[in-house]
Design a protein around this ligand. Sequence first.
Ligand SMILES: NC(=O)c1ccc[n+]([C@@H]2O[C@H](COP(=O)([O-])OP(=O)(O)OC[C@H]3O[C@@H](n4cnc5c(N)ncnc54)[C@H](OP(=O)(O)O)[C@@H]3O)[C@@H](O)[C@H]2O)c1
Length: 278
Amino acid sequence: MRKIDLPELDRAAFTEKYGPWAVIAGASDGTGACYAQQLAAMGINLVLVSRRQAALDALGEQLASEHGIEFRTLVADLTEPGAGGRLVEATANLDVGLYISNAGADGAGNSFFASPVDRSLRLLTMNAANVLEASHGFGNRFLARGKGGIVVMSSGAGLGGQPWLVMYSATKAFELNFVESLWAELDGQNVDVIGVAAPIMDTPTLRKATEGLGMDYSMAYDPADVCALALASLGKEPLVLVPDGPDEAKIPQIQAERKTRLLALAEWGKAYTAAADA
Ligand SMILES: NC(=O)c1ccc[n+]([C@@H]2O[C@H](COP(=O)([O-])OP(=O)(O)OC[C@H]3O[C@@H](n4cnc5c(N)ncnc54)[C@H](OP(=O)(O)O)[C@@H]3O)[C@@H](O)[C@H]2O)c1
Protein backbone atom coordinates (compact mmCIF):
# COMPACT_ATOMS: atom_id res chain seq x y z
CA MET A 1 0.00 0.00 0.00
CA ARG A 2 1.10 3.58 -0.62
CA LYS A 3 2.00 5.47 2.54
CA ILE A 4 1.82 9.18 3.45
CA ASP A 5 4.35 11.18 5.50
CA LEU A 6 2.09 12.42 8.26
CA PRO A 7 2.32 15.80 10.01
CA GLU A 8 2.34 15.96 13.82
CA LEU A 9 -1.03 16.09 15.60
CA ASP A 10 -1.34 17.78 19.02
CA ARG A 11 -3.69 15.21 20.59
CA ALA A 12 -4.46 17.22 23.74
CA ALA A 13 -5.40 20.34 21.72
CA PHE A 14 -7.44 18.21 19.29
CA THR A 15 -9.43 16.56 22.08
CA GLU A 16 -10.02 19.87 23.82
CA LYS A 17 -11.41 21.46 20.65
CA TYR A 18 -13.26 18.54 19.03
CA GLY A 19 -14.21 16.31 21.98
CA PRO A 20 -15.74 14.97 24.09
CA TRP A 21 -18.05 13.20 21.55
CA ALA A 22 -17.69 12.59 17.82
CA VAL A 23 -20.35 11.30 15.39
CA ILE A 24 -19.09 9.16 12.49
CA ALA A 25 -21.56 8.53 9.65
CA GLY A 26 -20.41 5.28 8.06
CA ALA A 27 -18.27 3.99 10.90
CA SER A 28 -18.34 0.22 10.76
CA ASP A 29 -15.44 -0.40 8.35
CA GLY A 30 -12.98 1.25 5.95
CA THR A 31 -12.04 4.87 6.60
CA GLY A 32 -14.94 5.26 9.06
CA ALA A 33 -13.48 2.57 11.32
CA CYS A 34 -10.01 4.18 10.94
CA TYR A 35 -11.42 7.50 12.17
CA ALA A 36 -13.09 5.66 15.04
CA GLN A 37 -9.81 3.96 16.02
CA GLN A 38 -7.81 7.20 15.90
CA LEU A 39 -10.39 9.28 17.79
CA ALA A 40 -10.85 6.58 20.46
CA ALA A 41 -7.06 6.50 20.93
CA MET A 42 -7.32 10.22 21.82
CA GLY A 43 -10.05 9.43 24.37
CA ILE A 44 -12.95 10.86 22.30
CA ASN A 45 -16.31 9.12 22.83
CA LEU A 46 -18.06 7.93 19.70
CA VAL A 47 -21.48 7.73 18.09
CA LEU A 48 -21.03 5.04 15.44
CA VAL A 49 -23.51 5.14 12.55
CA SER A 50 -24.08 2.66 9.71
CA ARG A 51 -26.61 0.09 8.47
CA ARG A 52 -25.20 -2.96 10.34
CA GLN A 53 -25.92 -3.05 14.06
CA ALA A 54 -23.69 -6.06 14.75
CA ALA A 55 -20.64 -4.48 13.07
CA LEU A 56 -21.14 -1.24 15.02
CA ASP A 57 -21.51 -3.12 18.33
CA ALA A 58 -18.34 -5.14 17.70
CA LEU A 59 -16.29 -2.03 16.85
CA GLY A 60 -17.67 -0.02 19.76
CA GLU A 61 -17.02 -2.79 22.28
CA GLN A 62 -13.48 -3.28 20.99
CA LEU A 63 -12.67 0.46 21.21
CA ALA A 64 -14.32 0.80 24.63
CA SER A 65 -12.22 -2.04 26.00
CA GLU A 66 -8.97 -0.83 24.35
CA HIS A 67 -9.30 2.89 25.12
CA GLY A 68 -11.92 3.21 27.91
CA ILE A 69 -14.21 5.42 25.81
CA GLU A 70 -18.01 5.51 25.82
CA PHE A 71 -19.89 4.72 22.64
CA ARG A 72 -23.40 4.74 21.19
CA THR A 73 -24.59 3.10 17.99
CA LEU A 74 -27.17 4.35 15.52
CA VAL A 75 -28.48 2.25 12.66
CA ALA A 76 -29.31 4.47 9.68
CA ASP A 77 -29.39 4.28 5.89
CA LEU A 78 -27.81 7.52 4.74
CA THR A 79 -29.35 7.21 1.26
CA GLU A 80 -32.76 7.92 2.84
CA PRO A 81 -34.10 11.49 2.83
CA GLY A 82 -33.86 13.13 6.25
CA ALA A 83 -31.18 10.79 7.61
CA GLY A 84 -28.70 13.67 8.11
CA GLY A 85 -31.14 15.66 10.19
CA ARG A 86 -32.08 12.58 12.23
CA LEU A 87 -28.41 12.14 13.25
CA VAL A 88 -28.39 15.67 14.64
CA GLU A 89 -31.66 15.07 16.55
CA ALA A 90 -30.64 11.65 17.88
CA THR A 91 -27.43 13.04 19.42
CA ALA A 92 -28.99 16.18 20.94
CA ASN A 93 -28.28 14.93 24.48
CA LEU A 94 -24.54 14.49 23.85
CA ASP A 95 -21.81 17.16 23.84
CA VAL A 96 -20.73 16.50 20.25
CA GLY A 97 -17.71 18.46 18.98
CA LEU A 98 -16.89 16.61 15.77
CA TYR A 99 -18.98 15.31 12.88
CA ILE A 100 -17.41 13.02 10.30
CA SER A 101 -19.35 12.53 7.06
CA ASN A 102 -17.71 9.36 5.80
CA ALA A 103 -19.99 6.93 3.91
CA GLY A 104 -20.29 7.84 0.24
CA ALA A 105 -18.81 5.25 -2.13
CA ASP A 106 -20.55 4.03 -5.29
CA GLY A 107 -19.07 0.79 -6.61
CA ALA A 108 -16.54 0.48 -9.40
CA GLY A 109 -18.46 1.90 -12.34
CA ASN A 110 -21.93 2.13 -13.83
CA SER A 111 -23.68 3.76 -16.75
CA PHE A 112 -25.86 6.75 -15.81
CA PHE A 113 -28.45 6.09 -18.53
CA ALA A 114 -28.54 2.32 -18.03
CA SER A 115 -29.06 2.64 -14.26
CA PRO A 116 -32.46 3.30 -12.66
CA VAL A 117 -32.75 6.99 -11.82
CA ASP A 118 -33.55 6.03 -8.22
CA ARG A 119 -29.99 4.71 -7.83
CA SER A 120 -28.60 8.14 -8.73
CA LEU A 121 -31.11 9.92 -6.52
CA ARG A 122 -30.15 7.78 -3.51
CA LEU A 123 -26.46 8.65 -3.99
CA LEU A 124 -27.39 12.32 -4.37
CA THR A 125 -29.32 12.12 -1.09
CA MET A 126 -26.41 10.47 0.77
CA ASN A 127 -23.61 12.65 -0.64
CA ALA A 128 -25.42 15.97 -0.94
CA ALA A 129 -28.74 16.38 0.92
CA ASN A 130 -27.70 14.47 4.04
CA VAL A 131 -24.19 15.99 4.11
CA LEU A 132 -25.88 19.39 3.92
CA GLU A 133 -28.48 18.59 6.62
CA ALA A 134 -25.99 17.12 9.08
CA SER A 135 -23.45 19.91 8.48
CA HIS A 136 -26.15 22.54 8.99
CA GLY A 137 -27.38 20.93 12.22
CA PHE A 138 -24.02 20.07 13.75
CA GLY A 139 -22.42 23.30 12.47
CA ASN A 140 -25.06 25.42 14.24
CA ARG A 141 -24.56 23.39 17.42
CA PHE A 142 -20.80 23.96 17.21
CA LEU A 143 -21.25 27.69 16.62
CA ALA A 144 -23.52 27.86 19.70
CA ARG A 145 -20.97 26.03 21.89
CA GLY A 146 -18.07 28.06 20.45
CA LYS A 147 -16.00 25.22 19.00
CA GLY A 148 -16.14 22.09 16.91
CA GLY A 149 -15.25 20.55 13.56
CA ILE A 150 -16.67 18.79 10.50
CA VAL A 151 -14.78 16.37 8.25
CA VAL A 152 -16.32 15.48 4.87
CA MET A 153 -14.89 12.53 2.96
CA SER A 154 -14.99 13.42 -0.71
CA SER A 155 -12.84 12.03 -3.50
CA GLY A 156 -10.33 12.93 -6.19
CA ALA A 157 -13.23 11.98 -8.48
CA GLY A 158 -14.76 15.31 -7.43
CA LEU A 159 -11.96 17.30 -9.07
CA GLY A 160 -13.56 16.85 -12.48
CA GLY A 161 -16.07 14.76 -14.37
CA GLN A 162 -15.65 10.98 -14.38
CA PRO A 163 -17.50 8.83 -16.95
CA TRP A 164 -19.12 5.66 -15.55
CA LEU A 165 -19.08 7.29 -12.14
CA VAL A 166 -21.30 10.19 -13.17
CA MET A 167 -23.25 10.75 -9.96
CA TYR A 168 -20.32 9.79 -7.76
CA SER A 169 -18.12 12.40 -9.42
CA ALA A 170 -20.91 15.00 -9.37
CA THR A 171 -21.76 14.50 -5.69
CA LYS A 172 -18.08 14.43 -4.67
CA ALA A 173 -17.63 17.77 -6.48
CA PHE A 174 -20.62 19.08 -4.51
CA GLU A 175 -18.86 18.08 -1.28
CA LEU A 176 -15.58 19.81 -2.21
CA ASN A 177 -17.25 23.09 -3.22
CA PHE A 178 -19.64 22.94 -0.25
CA VAL A 179 -16.78 22.55 2.24
CA GLU A 180 -14.61 25.25 0.66
CA SER A 181 -17.43 27.78 0.91
CA LEU A 182 -18.23 26.82 4.51
CA TRP A 183 -14.54 27.06 5.44
CA ALA A 184 -14.49 30.70 4.34
CA GLU A 185 -17.83 31.54 6.00
CA LEU A 186 -16.68 29.99 9.30
CA ASP A 187 -13.45 32.01 9.37
CA GLY A 188 -12.71 33.40 12.84
CA GLN A 189 -15.54 31.50 14.61
CA ASN A 190 -13.49 28.62 16.05
CA VAL A 191 -15.50 26.04 14.09
CA ASP A 192 -13.52 24.15 11.46
CA VAL A 193 -14.45 22.18 8.37
CA ILE A 194 -12.32 20.15 6.00
CA GLY A 195 -13.02 18.22 2.82
CA VAL A 196 -10.90 15.25 1.80
CA ALA A 197 -10.29 14.62 -1.92
CA ALA A 198 -9.41 11.05 -1.04
CA PRO A 199 -7.29 8.84 -3.30
CA ILE A 200 -7.85 5.15 -4.02
CA MET A 201 -7.67 3.47 -0.59
CA ASP A 202 -7.63 -0.22 0.28
CA THR A 203 -10.98 -0.51 2.08
CA PRO A 204 -13.52 -3.36 2.21
CA THR A 205 -15.80 -1.33 -0.08
CA LEU A 206 -13.03 -0.96 -2.68
CA ARG A 207 -12.21 -4.67 -2.47
CA LYS A 208 -15.86 -5.60 -2.95
CA ALA A 209 -16.36 -3.15 -5.82
CA THR A 210 -13.26 -4.35 -7.70
CA GLU A 211 -13.56 -8.09 -7.01
CA GLY A 212 -12.42 -10.07 -10.05
CA LEU A 213 -11.21 -6.98 -11.94
CA GLY A 214 -7.51 -7.78 -11.36
CA MET A 215 -6.84 -4.52 -9.58
CA ASP A 216 -3.34 -3.95 -8.22
CA TYR A 217 -3.99 -3.01 -4.59
CA SER A 218 -0.37 -1.94 -4.03
CA MET A 219 -1.28 1.33 -5.81
CA ALA A 220 -3.98 2.06 -3.20
CA TYR A 221 -3.27 4.20 -0.13
CA ASP A 222 -3.55 3.05 3.46
CA PRO A 223 -6.94 4.43 4.65
CA ALA A 224 -5.55 4.99 8.16
CA ASP A 225 -2.96 7.41 6.71
CA VAL A 226 -5.60 9.40 4.84
CA CYS A 227 -7.72 9.69 8.00
CA ALA A 228 -4.70 10.74 10.08
CA LEU A 229 -3.80 13.38 7.48
CA ALA A 230 -7.38 14.71 7.50
CA LEU A 231 -7.49 14.96 11.31
CA ALA A 232 -4.07 16.67 11.42
CA SER A 233 -5.16 19.15 8.71
CA LEU A 234 -8.51 20.08 10.31
CA GLY A 235 -8.43 23.76 11.28
CA LYS A 236 -5.55 24.45 8.91
CA GLU A 237 -6.73 23.85 5.35
CA PRO A 238 -10.11 23.83 3.56
CA LEU A 239 -9.20 20.71 1.60
CA VAL A 240 -6.85 17.74 1.82
CA LEU A 241 -5.88 16.60 -1.68
CA VAL A 242 -3.89 13.38 -1.87
CA PRO A 243 -1.84 12.88 -5.07
CA ASP A 244 -3.53 10.19 -7.17
CA GLY A 245 -5.08 9.47 -10.57
CA PRO A 246 -4.71 11.68 -13.65
CA ASP A 247 -4.11 14.78 -11.47
CA GLU A 248 -1.34 13.15 -9.41
CA ALA A 249 1.56 15.40 -10.49
CA LYS A 250 -0.55 18.56 -10.38
CA ILE A 251 -2.16 18.09 -6.95
CA PRO A 252 -0.03 20.65 -5.04
CA GLN A 253 -0.72 23.20 -7.78
CA ILE A 254 -4.47 22.40 -7.82
CA GLN A 255 -4.61 22.72 -4.02
CA ALA A 256 -2.79 26.09 -4.07
CA GLU A 257 -4.90 27.48 -6.93
CA ARG A 258 -8.19 26.42 -5.32
CA LYS A 259 -7.18 28.09 -2.05
CA THR A 260 -6.05 31.33 -3.76
CA ARG A 261 -9.35 31.46 -5.61
CA LEU A 262 -11.33 30.75 -2.42
CA LEU A 263 -9.53 33.45 -0.43
CA ALA A 264 -10.13 35.98 -3.21
CA LEU A 265 -13.84 35.13 -3.27
CA ALA A 266 -13.98 35.33 0.54
CA GLU A 267 -12.61 38.90 0.39
CA TRP A 268 -15.07 39.78 -2.35
CA GLY A 269 -17.90 38.21 -0.31
CA LYS A 270 -16.99 40.22 2.81
CA ALA A 271 -16.93 43.47 0.84
CA TYR A 272 -20.25 42.65 -0.82
CA THR A 273 -21.89 41.71 2.51
CA ALA A 274 -20.57 44.88 4.18
CA ALA A 275 -21.93 46.99 1.29
CA ALA A 276 -25.32 45.23 1.47
CA ASP A 277 -25.48 45.80 5.28
CA ALA A 278 -24.60 49.53 5.00
N1 LIG B 1 -11.99 3.53 -0.91
C1 LIG B 1 -11.60 4.36 -1.86
O1 LIG B 1 -10.79 4.01 -2.74
C2 LIG B 1 -12.08 5.78 -1.89
C3 LIG B 1 -11.52 6.67 -2.83
C4 LIG B 1 -11.91 8.00 -2.81
C5 LIG B 1 -12.86 8.44 -1.91
N2 LIG B 1 -13.41 7.54 -1.02
C6 LIG B 1 -14.44 8.04 -0.10
O2 LIG B 1 -14.11 7.68 1.23
C7 LIG B 1 -15.29 7.43 1.99
C8 LIG B 1 -15.22 6.05 2.61
O3 LIG B 1 -15.01 5.09 1.61
P1 LIG B 1 -14.95 3.52 1.90
O4 LIG B 1 -14.14 2.93 0.81
O5 LIG B 1 -14.56 3.25 3.30
O6 LIG B 1 -16.45 3.01 1.62
P2 LIG B 1 -17.95 3.49 2.01
O7 LIG B 1 -18.82 2.43 1.50
O8 LIG B 1 -18.19 4.87 1.53
O9 LIG B 1 -17.94 3.51 3.58
C9 LIG B 1 -18.08 2.32 4.32
C10 LIG B 1 -18.79 2.63 5.62
O10 LIG B 1 -19.99 3.34 5.37
C11 LIG B 1 -21.12 2.57 5.78
N3 LIG B 1 -22.16 2.78 4.79
C12 LIG B 1 -22.11 2.53 3.47
N4 LIG B 1 -23.28 2.85 2.90
C13 LIG B 1 -24.08 3.32 3.88
C14 LIG B 1 -25.41 3.80 3.91
N5 LIG B 1 -26.19 3.84 2.82
N6 LIG B 1 -25.92 4.23 5.10
C15 LIG B 1 -25.17 4.17 6.21
N7 LIG B 1 -23.91 3.73 6.24
C16 LIG B 1 -23.37 3.30 5.08
C17 LIG B 1 -20.60 1.14 5.85
O11 LIG B 1 -21.26 0.39 6.85
P3 LIG B 1 -22.56 -0.53 6.65
O12 LIG B 1 -22.25 -1.47 5.53
O13 LIG B 1 -22.67 -1.18 8.00
O14 LIG B 1 -23.68 0.41 6.36
C18 LIG B 1 -19.18 1.38 6.32
O15 LIG B 1 -19.15 1.63 7.69
C19 LIG B 1 -16.46 7.59 1.00
O16 LIG B 1 -17.03 8.87 1.11
C20 LIG B 1 -15.81 7.43 -0.37
O17 LIG B 1 -16.49 8.12 -1.39
C21 LIG B 1 -13.05 6.23 -1.00
